[in-house]
Unconditional design. Structure first.
Ligand code: ZN
Length: 445
């Protein structure tokens, strides 16, 4: 007997839609049934007229624990994720201390136990002095992060030689190398000035150069590489021209698809992040890439700070802590692009669920509602709207840059491995049931 059957919906996958009832057993998708086919299940739910999507996989989240828990922690960040339909998130290593060793990885696993509302994969930062990564490989991180600019010296791979060395180390391990693209030699330190000085210090050329260098290093070493948050026309064009040279994928964020530097006048510190918001031409080039299918993954770069930190006085705009919340609003902001006709629902699933799951080595469990996969299910009612507002945000950041946005479609229920965790605006799981998951299938493209 099935544990659960959802009846009357249309299933949305990266490849298209299918009218079917969905059966769940032991936390996994057990059957896709012809509509109204008799089946016995302990629980039967009617979801007529709704869409069922695989839970979203946010590939770029900073949960801030350990060390920065006044900004966010495992509990608050994954609560926000669950309420937004992100059933798996991939946690970046830039906390205090950075996650860069067996010990720091184990500490994170221990701290997170019993406090996760969604499943979480852990990412590791590659130190400059790294030489033996086999112990790290055994932990099954979902990626290794290679930083080329704007990070402490211990993690800075700022020359092509050090980037090459990093990717050569990763190649035999099969772990996805994620490169935050930049070029330290093109960045300027900013000691005074406002938004304009900040923008000038982080030029699109630095991003585009970083992308070119990462793809060349990946081509030469035959290592799989993923390019992190990209938002310039030159960067996207560089990726488009060069991607065929290597096994490479690219990511952008909803905020970079929606805002330009003009929005700093309205949102100020709340929009301050790296890379900076760009011109309307850059944003439009990014949107064109989204429509044309060039963007592999949309992730949020959820990087919250406390209200006190964002509201404090800073001598220069560049000094404001960079980053904003986003994990709770990934689905809603992407529904905006669906409503506008930029993408369709299968494309949303492809960029926010299927692709990140496959790319980060968890595609055997996540990213699809195929039989045997984890029953991470979103119920989306197209007859209702979603209004994003500050008060509804569960992140410790306490605000959203998308306040006031209204989009067609509303998330009415979220299942994590077959268990209902969110329903009609409320988290309903009696206790957090999220798990740390590893990349069990390194090497899948
Ligand atoms: Zn980030």
């Amino acid at each position: 007997m099935l544990d659960l059957v959802l009846r009357g919906a249309t299933i949305v996958e990266a490849g298209g839609t299918l009218r079917a009832d969905l059966g769940v057993s032991s936390g996994r998708v057990a059957a896709l049934l012809d509509p109204e086919t008799p089946a016995t299940a302990r629980v039967e739910r009617r979801v007529d007229g709704c869409y069922l999507l695989p839970g979203l996989v946010d590939a770029h989240v900073h949960l801030r624990e350990p060390g920065l828990t006044h900004k966010e922690d495992f509990e608050s960040g994954t609560r926000a994720a669950a309420a937004g339909g992100v059933t798996t998130l991939l946690d970046m290593p830039t906390d205090e201390p950075w996650t860069d060793s067996v010990q720091t990885y184990a500490d994170k696993q221990r701290l997170a136990a019993g406090r996760l509302h969604v499943d979480v994969g852990l990412q590791i930062a590659l130190r400059r002095d790294a030489y033996d990564l086999h112990a790290l490989r055994a932990l099954d991180p979902v990626s290794v992060e290679v930083f080329t600019a704007d990070v402490p010296q211990a993690y800075l791979h700022d020359t092509q030689a050090s980037l090459m060395r990093a990717l050569k180390l990763l190649k035999p391990l099969g772990i996805l190398a994620c490169v935050s693209p930049g070029d330290q030699s093109l960045l300027q330190s900013v000691s005074k000035g406002g938004v304009d000085a900040f923008l000038a210090s982080r030029p699109p050329l630095a991003e585009a150069t970083g992308i070119a260098k990462a793809i060349l290093a990946a081509a030469e070493t035959k290592t799989r590489v993923h390019i992190r948050q990209t938002n310039s026309a030159l960067g996207v064009a560089t990726f488009g021209r060069m991607r065929g040279l290597a096994d490479a994928s690219i990511e952008t964020t909803p905020q970079c698809l929606l805002f330009t530097a003009d929005d700093y006048a309205r949102l100020g510190a709340d929009l301050k992040a790296s890379p900076p918001m760009r011109s309307a031409e850059d944003r439009d080039a990014l949107l064109a890439a989204l429509r044309e299918g060039l963007i592999d993954i949309v992730a949020t770069d959820h990087a919250p700070h406390s209200r006190i930190e964002k509201k404090a006085h800073y001598d220069t705009f560049a000094d404001i802590p960079g980053g904003m919340p986003g994990v709770q609003t990934l689905l809603a902001t992407m529904l905006h692009f669906v409503a506008r006709g930029d993408i369709d629902l299968p494309a949303l699933v492809r960029m926010c669920s299927a692709n990140p799951a496959q790319r980060f080595g968890i595609g055997n469990r996540k990213g699809t509602l195929s039989r045997g996969r984890d029953a991470d299910i979103l119920v989306l009612d197209p007859r209702l709207d979603t209004r994003i507002h500050h008060a509804g945000q569960l992140s410790r950041a306490g605000y959203t840059p998308f306040d006031g946005m209204q989009v067609p479609g509303r998330l009415t229920a979220v299942f994590l491995r077959g268990e209902l965790v969110y329903e009609d605006g409320q988290l309903v799981a009696p206790a957090p049931t999220g798990q740390i998951i590893g990349a069990s299938n390194h090497g899948i493209a």
